[in-house]
Design a protein around this ligand. Sequence first.
Ligand code: BJ8
Length: 425
Amino acid sequence: MSEDYRNMWADLGMDLAAHDALLEVLGKGYQDIYLAQKNRPKGMGYFDFVMSEVHGLRIKELINEKKAGRKVIGSFCVFVPEEIVRAADATLVGLCTGADFATEEVEKILPRNTCSLIKSAFGFKLGKVCPFIESSDMIVGENTCDGKKKSYEVLKDLVPNLYVMDLPQMKSEEGRALLKAEYQRFKEAVVNLTGVSIDAARLKKGIELVNNKRKAMHRLSDLRKADPAPISGLDALLANQVFFYDDIVRFTDSVNKICDELEDRIADNKGVFPKGTPRIVISGCPMAVPNWKFPWIVETSGAVIVGEESCIGERGTRNLTDNTKESTEELMDAIVDRHFKVDCAIFTPNPDRVNHILEMVEKYKADGVIHYGLQFCQPYATEAMSVEKQLEAKNIPTLRIDTDYSMEDVGQLKTRVEAFIELLR
Ligand code: BJ8
């Protein structure tokens, strides 16, 4: 890495030695998992570049934006509405939550039986290895699962500007009213932070930018219906992960370019795996960068992943925000309506999620579903049982797994996944 980047990381207060060690592990993981794949679309070269520069060029861009007076807001959840952030010319970035780091330190301030995702966020902060969190002018937490909401009481003393968003737990009229009030409060916080007053024209522009990004992902998802699959699940997951922190316009263009290439591949009947390879939909907890362990196990065991029912996947990207209205109030309502459809397991009851899984199985002609749960994630572990029952009642083979970010269970998971895939053939 260049001296320039090292100075930048030092200025952000990062621990350079620990960060070097992290980058080394990341680079090796990427090499072994991503670059070892065969028949990748050429357009994935863009994502290889993004990953190689994830803590370098992208951070430099954010610092430049900050120098020009714009703000950076970090988040951990798809309930934080990017439209409002964009409307204030600010940038929303997803914060690092996909790898274990400084676990011993984390377990001094959080219970051991906390999910890997939450521990990861704290590990990156305590270990001073995440330039995204260090560049953020405001960090948004949310009242979703118990693990997250209680952990923000601890995080507030570790970061300078934590904003916690209250979220509904039921899809009722009262729930929607709460979300509306919270988005209004969030809009005011963004205005205070940025000094930009958000009017209807700005909101429309913000919605358009974010919708275009989502539309590109919808196009990509749609192309995954083809058999042979034109893109691996690993590569599609990477696009879903980069969705959260790349420059919005460049990302949208790059995904659309890959889609052009995939259309040609489909026309030529070319795929990453042979036609007839068993097709899997993964459903459950989000897989944040660089959590590639489980899809890697699946795709090196003889199956292809054709869809992710996850917040880093279709649960997060699937609906657009209605941009046809003219007033600020109506546009804010449209943002509320769009996000209120997100069927996270923190809602009770949450029947839409299983309906979405069923839709995805049909749309992508999946042969089976794997429910991916992180250990100690109560909401998804509890839903997993009823999801499995409902899918099996429709004769959809389902496998339920619980794991974490360590590599200790890889052998055991691989044995279970291989047996499941054998069943699908
Ligand atoms: S909208 S899924 S991004 S909360 S894995 S931290 S649920 S114990 S991540 Fe999520 Fe928003 Fe919901 Fe989506 Fe808790 Fe479970 Fe950990 Fe989780």
